[in-house]
Unconditional design. Structure first.
Length: 78
């Protein structure tokens, strides 16, 4: 079963200036992170504050989750 993302939760990680979100591989919860730099690629010139980055994540959530699922499917198993 591929990873899926039914949980809309996401959070800002100040220490690494990134957004964390969660996906599920069967019953296993997997944590994913996207950096502010990657979000800036999606929306060039975005302000690098928490709310702006969360807004970009929300706008591009589907695209981000698709990319995360693709990368996850390529990673070796645990």
């Amino acid at each position: 079963m591929p990873v899926h993302f039914p949980n809309p939760s996401r959070s800002y990680i100040a220490a690494s200036h990134a957004i964390r979100f969660w996906g599920y591989d069967s019953a296993l919860e997997r944590s994913f992170v996207i950096t502010a730099g990657a979000l800036n690629v999606l929306r060039p010139g975005v302000a690098m504050d928490e709310q702006s980055l969360l807004d970009v994540f929300d706008t591009f959530r589907s695209r981000i989750c698709q990319a995360a699922a693709k990368l996850y499917s390529r990673s070796p198993g645990d």
